[in-house]
Design a protein around this ligand. Structure first.
Ligand code: FPP
Length: 240
């Protein structure tokens, strides 16, 4: 913790929590056992970000493509979500965390959606860490919904075509008002972005870790932030 410079923290951390299935399989258990064991990693990550003073944490919890998994796994993840949100909201609230949901909420089963809405409502005035839970989310989905909102604002005359620029467009993305992602962590050993925050990660520092998500602990996050702080971020420019 002492080796981390608090004035160079990533403002927005995004995480692809991968490896739950393999973690369970290596123990001869069903995939859902891996997801259940991923909750401790979620809790540690949220707590560490809140303690450090990170502004925004966006967790890839369920992608648009994940609907194509076997129904028993989809149902298992949705049940886990309902239970976890129910259990965790009081603790989040106590820690001044504001919970939000990004993604196609309409695609969720009613109980999961209602639970999320309750958590969002309870924590809406909190001023600490903003926790974005990406659910039924994909980067392409996000861009398309922002394009639709932009088109409708132009059509209604609320905005002129000339006013469309990067700043304006970003206001329609589901992550608004979060700034672009500074650091994107993917656990589980694969090296890809998997349709996550495509627009928002334009200049994110990418960290691919071999650790499987259920084994991810606060120490991994702190190590990742240390690595982030050694990166030379030029945003396409030079230092000369
Ligand atoms: C990817 O591992 C993980 C998921 C699709 C689900 C992650 C969900 C949780 C950890 C629950 C989080 C809950 C809250 C409240 C944020 P995988 O199944 O693709 O693993 P594999 O690559 O080893 O198969």
């Amino acid at each position: 913790m002492e080796e981390i410079s608090l004035n160079n923290l990533p403002k927005h951390i995004a995480v692809i929590m991968d490896g739950n299935g393999r973690w369970a399989k290596s123990r001869g258990a069903l995939r859902i056992f891996g997801h259940q064991n991923g909750i401790k990693a979620v809790r540690e990550t949220v707590e560490a970000c809140a303690e450090l003073g990170v502004g925004y944490l966006t967790l890839y919890t369920f992608s648009t493509e994940n609907w194509g998994r076997p129904q028993v796994e989809v149902d298992g993840i949705m049940d886990l979500l309902v239970k976890t949100i129910g259990d965790e909201v009081p603790r989040l609230h106590k820690n001044n965390v504001q919970m939000k949901c990004i993604g196609d909420m309409d695609a969720l089963p009613a109980t999961a959606r209602k639970n999320m809405e309750k958590g969002i409502e309870t924590t809406k005035n909190n001023t600490g860490l903003v926790l974005n839970i990406a659910l039924s989310y994909s980067g392409k989905w996000d861009i398309i919904q922002a394009v639709r909102k932009t088109a409708s604002a132009v059509k209604s005359g609320e905005m002129s075509e000339e006013a469309i620029d990067e700043e304006q467009f970003s206001h329609y993305l589901s992550t608004y008002p979060a700034p672009d992602v500074d650091m994107l962590i993917r656990t589980g050993g694969d090296h890809r972005i998997s349709n996550y925050l495509l627009w928002q990660s334009a200049y994110a520092e990418l960290l691919f870790l071999d650790v499987l998500w259920p084994d991810f602990r606060k120490s991994h996050l702190l190590e990742a932030i240390k690595t982030f702080q050694t990166r030379d971020r030029r945003f396409g420019k030079t230092h000369d």
